[in-house]
Design a binder for this molecule. Structure first.
Ligand code: IPM
Ligand code: MG
Length: 370
């Protein structure tokens, strides 16, 4: 496979998307040289950039490019303050991001959270609570639950009152397939799954717990426990080291993965992979930093490109099965951090070896470390 050309659709999007994407592509070019791989990278507009370029958050040409590619490397989309006259269904979050997730059946979202020891100061928890280090994987279901359930609408109920409805729906096959992803991931880690639900209140929670428990019987080597989501949120603060794989439905995973990312020092450190069903050898994947567009710092060379760069490592691992190259990117990131390089989000004056750098300098250092 090492002689093949990997076709990547690079959709940088809005806010800090373009500048962190630039650094990720820089790193991929360095990987090409070192590992004799070839990446055919085509950039296309999405989000507000898509609306500006072609009148749609997901332009037809961008979607067509994605369909012709082996995977999507995504930046971020959505600028809350832009053009309130554009209806919510056409705004980038729904019309581009959620649409792509659905279009490509990307039901499994993997968000690895790791706090490097050099960044212990950036974690809001005491050293004591950080224990031997935080290293967990959030497995989030991504195409079901309240994000997509129907009915979903706001209706007029008279007397000037409105009613908004979102519907939480899960079927057993949807729960089964994401549970398998979590148990398989746990087998490659510390062999523990903590499944999150709200079985004390929600029908969905009862079914979730039931199905996950049944699937667990196929993985006798993996220990399963269950936690209500409110307790899960609290346990992340109190004793985060207890978690190995945390399995969540869509909405709970959205919330808890941001909370977990804060433990890793910054949302700017959190990569993610969204995977579809595997057919034959191929799994279509979508790789993006879990943080948002950060419009306040966009275009100022302040953004942390590490989440985007680590997302390319996930891409090499899951879509292209190039583990050595993926490991090299992870190691290059670790080296830049060990050498004291810090973007503003992970910088602390308490660390005398730290050197504050911009987006570009961080990308250069990581590419050079390869
Ligand atoms: C995420 C984001 C998205 C989500 C938004 C931008 C729609 O928060 O990927 O976590 O809620 O899934
Ligand atoms: Mg989120």
């Amino acid at each position: 496979m090492s002689n093949s050309v990997f076709k990547i659709a690079a959709l940088a999007g809005d806010g800090i998307g373009p500048e962190v994407m630039r650094e990720a592509i820089k790193v991929l070019r360095a990987v090409e040289k070192k590992f004799a791989l070839r990446f055919d990278i085509t950039e296309a507009p999405v989000g507000w950039a898509g609306i500006d370029a072609a009148g749609k958050a997901l332009p037809d040409a961008t979607l067509a490019l994605c369909k012709l590619s082996d995977c999507i490397l995504f930046g971020s989309v959505g600028l809350p303050d832009r053009d309130p006259s554009i209806p919510k269904e056409e705004r980038p979050e729904r019309a581009a991001l959620l649409r792509l997730r659905k279009e490509f059946g990307l039901f499994a979202n993997l968000r690895p959270v790791r706090l490097p020891k050099e960044l212990a100061h950036a974690c809001p928890l005491s050293k004591e609570r950080q224990g031997d280090g935080i290293d967990m994987l959030v497995v989030r279901e991504l195409t079901g639950g309240m994000y997509f359930g129907q009915p979903k609408k706001t209706e007029d109920i008279g007397n000037g009152h409105l009613r908004a409805i979102d519907t939480m729906v899960y079927t057993t096959p949807e729960i089964e397939r994401i549970a398998h992803v979590a148990f398989k991931a746990a087998q490659l880690r510390r062999k523990k799954v903590c499944s999150i639900d709200k079985a004390n209140v929600l029908e969905n929670g009862v079914l979730w717990r039931d199905v996950v428990t049944k699937v667990s019987k196929q993985y006798p080597d993996v220990a399963l426990d269950h936690m209500f989501v409110d307790n899960g949120a609290m346990q992340l603060m109190l004793r985060p080291t207890q978690f190995d794989v945390m399995l969540c439905e869509n909405m709970f995973g959205d919330i808890l993965s941001d909370e977990a990312a804060a433990l890793a020092g910054s949302l700017g450190m959190l990569p993610s992979a969204s995977l579809g069903a595997t057919s034959g050898e191929q799994t279509f994947g979508f790789y993006e930093p879990a943080g948002g567009t950060a419009p306040d710092i966009a275009g100022k060379n302040l953004a942390n490109p590490i989440a985007q760069i680590l997302s390319t490592a996930l891409m090499l691992r899951y879509s292209f099965k190039q583990n050595a190259a993926a490991d090299a990117i992870d190691a290059a990131v670790s080296k830049a951090i060990a050498n004291g390089l810090r973007t503003g989000d992970i910088y602390s004056t308490a660390d005398p070896t730290a050197k504050k750098v911009g987006t570009r300098e961080m990308g250069d250092a990581i590419a050079a470390a390869l």
